[in-house]
Design a binder for this molecule. Structure first.
Ligand code: FNR
Length: 363
């Protein structure tokens, strides 16, 4: 049953990617163009650090799959692409492994193909600390991701219906593993309030995983006989909205959800993300074109990321948070309602103060 669900997710997510419209809320973030801001490309470094983690690049392959033969071979391809390009990679939820140990290698293949890379094991918020340790051990994982997916579970025909144990369980997991814990959504975003709760539980990093790309309300609805939850499509906050909302919380942030190209990566970094993850878009590339297509795509993205940082005058991903950014449309209305000062974002390069090296405190 779990294996079938994992195959469904891949099939529906890939179909969704092929149907996705061209726009999302990343388009409501633009840079003020400063014609003399450019620096030398040789001075640009993509390295990033956050919550006790150091990566050579601010881009990663986010959680997707494992648990069936087909998804095991997809994980193999994703792991090879990660190894060839040096990007970190996450497994999909390892609940299938907890239910049936024989599928271990559909996850373990990620470490086997990528022995020296940064690997994240992914579990749900119901998992015990013991299961969390088993997941980390199987992968020799460098970090643990815990996913929050209330809306997905609600629409999933066979999904969970009890959620109150999640918060205390996350605290137990944090106390029970010796790798950094990243808590992520699955495409509905995290609010400022959620980020503050996670911070106070001792979670190292929050991955906002916002709306605008893969939509698990729609995917699970397609798996329902009556498809009667169609109205939940589009639920949640976008990654840019989440990043703006969570400024000033002091929590290291990763951004994912609806990232389409290197400009979206740069936008997310400028809004305070330490690195940016992609799932559905990279899945589609690997399914349509194989490993070589994904390797080529990631290399192009990293190259263009450096090019954009050079033009914007940012020597590091963190320096993008000094760039002047304009917020438009519905995102601007969201900021107004949530008390976020967008005017300060638009003028921050000239008011930059080296004693405040981040965009924290923009409220
Ligand atoms: C996912 N995602 C996901 N997340 C997670 O934490 N555990 C999981 O098992 C899965 N499974 C999964 C399967 C497939 C096929 C896709 C495409 C995605 C969610 C993923 O990590 C990410 O948060 C969302 O997909 C939003 O990012 P994109 O797809 O818009 O880049």
């Amino acid at each position: 049953m779990i294996a079938e669900r994992k195959d469904d997710h891949v099939r529906f997510a890939a179909e969704q990617q092929r149907r996705l419209g061209g726009t999302n809320q990343f388009d409501e973030v633009s840079f003020v163009h400063h014609a003399l801001a450019g620096i030398d490309r040789s001075d640009v470094s993509l390295a990033t650090g956050f919550g006790g983690i150091d990566w050579q690049v601010p881009l990663y392959i986010n959680a997707m799959t494992g648990g069936s033969e087909r998804t095991g071979s997809i994980n193999r391809d994703l792991a090879i692409a990660a190894r060839e390009t040096g990007v970190p990679i996450a497994t999909g939820s390892m609940s299938a492994y907890f239910a049936e140990a024989s599928v271990a290698d559909t996850f373990g293949v990620i470490r086997r193909e990528n022995p020296d890379g940064f690997v994240m094991a992914n579990i749900n918020a119901n998992a015990t600390a013991d299961k969390a340790r088993r997941a980390v051990d199987l992968l020799r994982a460098d970090a643990l991701q815990i996913h929050l997916n209330i809306i997905q579970e609600t629409v999933m025909p066979e999904g969970d219906r009890s959620f109150s144990a999640w918060a205390p369980q996350i605290e137990k997991i944090v106390g029970g593993v010796d790798v950094p814990v990243i808590v992520k959504e699955v495409g509905f975003g995290v609010s400022r309030e959620t980020v503050l709760l996670l911070r106070d539980m001792g979670v190292s990093v929050a991955d906002v995983a916002g709306r605008g790309g893969t939509d698990f309300a729609r995917i699970e609805n397609d798996r329902r006989r009556d498809a009667d939850y169609g109205y939940l499509g589009g639920w949640g906050q976008s990654a840019p909205a989440c990043l703006l909302d969570a400024q000033g919380t002091g929590m290291p942030l990763l951004a994912s959800g609806g990232v389409r190209h290197p400009l979206d990566v740069v936008r997310a970094l400028a809004l305070g993300a330490a690195a940016v993850g992609v799932s559905g878009g990279f899945l589609r590339t690997v399914l349509d074109g194989g490993v070589s297509a994904l390797v080529a795509r990631i290399i192009t993205w990293l190259d263009q990321l450096e090019a954009l940082m050079t033009a914007l005058g940012a020597r590091t991903p963190a320096e993008l948070t000094r760039c002047d950014v304009l917020v438009h449309g519905d995102l601007r209305a969201f900021c107004a309602d949530r008390g976020i000062d967008t005017g300060r974002l638009a003028t921050r390069s000239s008011s930059y103060d080296s004693t405040h090296d981040t965009v924290e405190g923009i409220r």
